[in-house]
Design a protein around this ligand. Sequence first.
Ligand SMILES: N[C@H](CCC[C@H](N)C(=O)O)C(=O)O
Length: 285
Amino acid sequence: MNPLAHRPFVKMNGLGNEILVLDLRSDPVEVPAAAARALARPAILPFDQAMVLYPPRREGTAAFVRILNSDGSFSAACGNGTRCIAALEAEATGNPHVVFESEAGLLDCRLRPDGRVEVDMGAPRLGWAEIPLARDVGDTACVVVPGYEALGPACFVSMGNPHAVFFVPDADAVDVERLGAALERHPLFPERANISFASLTAPDKILLHVWERGAGRTRACGTAACATGVAAVRTGRAGRAVTVTLPGGDLEIRWRAEDSHVLMTGPVEHEFSGTLTPAMLEEAA
Ligand SMILES: N[C@H](CCC[C@H](N)C(=O)O)C(=O)O
């Protein structure tokens, strides 16, 4: 029998970014890519990312978190998903402060009295090999992507996962599906990339549309909002505190100067809970 069968799950979202939570801390098992793909099917339990909780590896952390996209690929970071699991843990323990660990590092979270969650997403990585890119492009803040000169230069940022941010006159007018899908797999990105199209609507407000690596077009992407906030500072377009408006709603982003950490604050929504069944886990026929 599938080791994930009969496990409980929680379905949540962060500004419409569809999140599936699997708490495997009491009886950890690997989640194969095929299982993630099977569950993510529209008729089964559609999600953009699955947040899988494993027993903590470090003192003071509540869990080690692995993140799978709906295509079964792994990501080291997921901002909206981190807010979701932080809210769950705070509600379960009564402690509004919780720290998780992922491959990207520590995630210090706080459930605020207004119901929103603030996450310290850590420091962005800005070097070409850290993004990662296929070659040294010089300043990663301003790079024309071969074949996409008409978009103007991109700014590359990693929040533990790769992001390419294009500032455009009107992000609402961009063909996100066509350009995002092509750019996600551009040869410049050896691990693929999340593709963002951003427009300044005020000195401290940014409109953002995202095509996500391994998930496609989503209604919100927390790490993309963080990357866009960092990119706006690096390219001299905005200060260190901005409101990022995504199709699903607003995230507050602050790139703290003292330690270069990026703080992301936003809401979460608890939708429903259930139990995985063998039928849900069967690979697509
Ligand atoms: N939606 C997530 C991002 C998941 C990252 C994933 N698309 C990847 O990097 O492979 C967020 O809120 O940050």
